[in-house]
Ligand binder design. Structure first.
Ligand SMILES: NC(=O)c1ccc[n+]([C@@H]2O[C@H](COP(=O)([O-])OP(=O)(O)OC[C@H]3O[C@@H](n4cnc5c(N)ncnc54)[C@H](O)[C@@H]3O)[C@@H](O)[C@H]2O)c1
Length: 431
């Protein structure tokens, strides 16, 4: 089969690929030089909406476009065509040979590159990965790609006023429980930990969200896991069996039990670290002319003198931009600043919205109103290490307060509570 050759190839077609393409265009990529190879059938798009406003069959998300960017700068397929960037869609790369700089697709096509950007992202963990049998029934949903969201929307239309079991208490669990509840679905949410989102929330923060969700009619079942299913004769799940013996009726099951980075194509060919592809502060891997960004990349977190891997859209965008800048700087014999990333995570559910900057390590100081029954729902938390604030969380912040939050968590130099009070940074005074 014919071989295609490009100066630059991005493998993977998620958010990182889209923002990398945008940066390539800014740096002056010439027509014909760049290709994105993606197994998805559509151009890179913003995933965050998929677990939120996209999931209303009545169309509560007017103006959603399958693209990255927004407003005047939408990277729709015609944008790639105008720039002469090849979007090679519905194409799965099944073999990568970094020594000969060749990628091979499942259809046997070969792609040669001079410089490769790995943006393969993550894939969801399935209940079958935990040894649960029958976890591939057609009314069990996972959410990663737009096709998954479309299937869930169809199920919401078909199972109006039905019952759902949400398995998992992380991002997907919390966002999907809210969306399904707002779709008038009866929701049971099940997770093994003593409180939700334990990788970020402290028990106090989680207590607010659990109380709030309960008030909205979400039934939370903690400390247990799904171990099996009862099914209808047509193979659809009718109930979820829990380890503690309970059986929960379900028309829809949504599973959000984590994700794993897609690194296997490159196994043995690049150095790895904490389950990702090891990169430096410019997202360069150990292989010649190969960069890796987004969920798959581990990178030195200068701020914390540590190595991290981050599964969040903000880092996908920023790491992609950094890598492309580094590729051009390298070609031009120039240097650029090291990646100096302040972790940023956010989520929205019901009429709540939180933001978090920094690191959730150290002593905690909670402020504001954490009573889920009160009218304000405005509270926050600092994480303090060696007397300095290293992490800052805020629920229901105004745009100005959210901006101040980033400033609080910037640890070089980190602020102390006294300094914040002196600078008059709003919510510090509420402690
Ligand atoms: N707002 C956001 O940033 C956002 C929104 C949606 C998805 N995402 C990303 O999507 C990916 C997947 O999200 P996720 O929610 O699946 O992962 P997650 O890591 O946020 O949460 C996984 C959760 O799975 C649960 N779990 C683990 N084993 C289980 C088991 N055997 N049975 C039941 N529950 C179990 C736990 O409650 C755990 O908290 C992540 O990378 C996440 O960062 C991010």
């Amino acid at each position: 089969m014919a071989e295609k050759s490009f100066k630059y190839v991005i493998v993977g077609g998620g958010v990182a690929a889209g923002y990398a393409a945008r940066e390539f265009a800014k740096q002056g990529v010439k027509p014909g030089e760049l290709a994105i190879i993606s197994k998805e059938a559509v151009a890179p798009y913003e995933r965050p909406a998929l677990s939120k406003a996209y999931l209303f069959p009545e169309g509560k998300l007017p103006g959603f476009h399958v693209c990255v960017g927004s407003g005047g700068e939408r990277l729709l397929p015609e944008w790639y065509a105008e720039k002469g960037i090849s979007l090679i869609l519905s194409t799965e790369i099944v073999k990568a040979d970094l020594a000969s700089k060749t990628l091979v697709s499942s259809a046997g096509e070969s792609f040669k590159y001079q410089t490769l950007l790995i943006a393969t992202g993550s894939t969801v963990l399935k209940l079958s990965d935990f040894g649960v049998k029958g976890a591939d029934s057609k009314n069990i949903f996972y959410l990663r790609e737009i096709d998954d969201a479309d299937q869930l929307v169809e199920a919401l239309k078909a199972k109006k006023n039905g019952k759902a079991v949400i398995v998992g208490g992380g991002y997907i669990g919390l966002e999907l429980s809210a969306v399904l509840r707002l779709n008038n679905i009866e929701v049971n949410m099940v997770y093994p930990e003593p409180w939700c989102m334990p990788r970020l929330f402290t028990e106090s923060i989680a207590a607010f969200y659990e109380g709030y969700y309960k008030n909205k009619g979400v039934n939370i079942i903690k400390g247990t896991v799904a171990v099996g299913f009862d099914t209808h004769p047509n193979g659809e799940v009718k109930a979820v069996k829990l380890k503690d013996g309970r059986v929960l009726e379900a028309d829809i099951v949504v599973v959000g039990v984590g994700a794993i980075p897609l690194t296997s194509l490159f196994e043995g060919q690049v150095e790895t670290d904490i389950r990702g592809i090891k990169t430096n502060a410019f997202f360069k891997t150990s292989a010649p002319d190969v960069y890796a960004v987004g969920d798959v990349a581990t990178f030195p977190m200068k701020m914390y003198n540590d190595v991290r891997r981050v599964e969040h859209v903000d880092h996908s965008r920023k790491s992609a931009e950094q890598a492309v800048k580094a590729i051009y700087a390298n070609e031009q014999g120039k240097s650029i600043d090291e990646y100096d990333y302040l972790p940023y995570f956010y989520s929205r559910a019901f009429d709540l919205s939180w933001q978090f900057y920094g690191d959730n390590k150290g002593e905690t100081v909670l402020f504001g109103d954490t009573d889920p029954n009160s009218a304000t729902h405005k509270f926050g938390q600092y994480w303090i290490k060696d007397g300095k604030i290293v992490g800052a969380f805020l629920e229901s912040g105004t745009p100005e307060e959210n901006k101040a939050l980033a400033k609080v968590a910037k640890v070089q130099p980190a602020a102390t509570l006294d300094q914040l009070a002196q600078e008059g940074i709003g919510f510090a005074s509420k402690i």
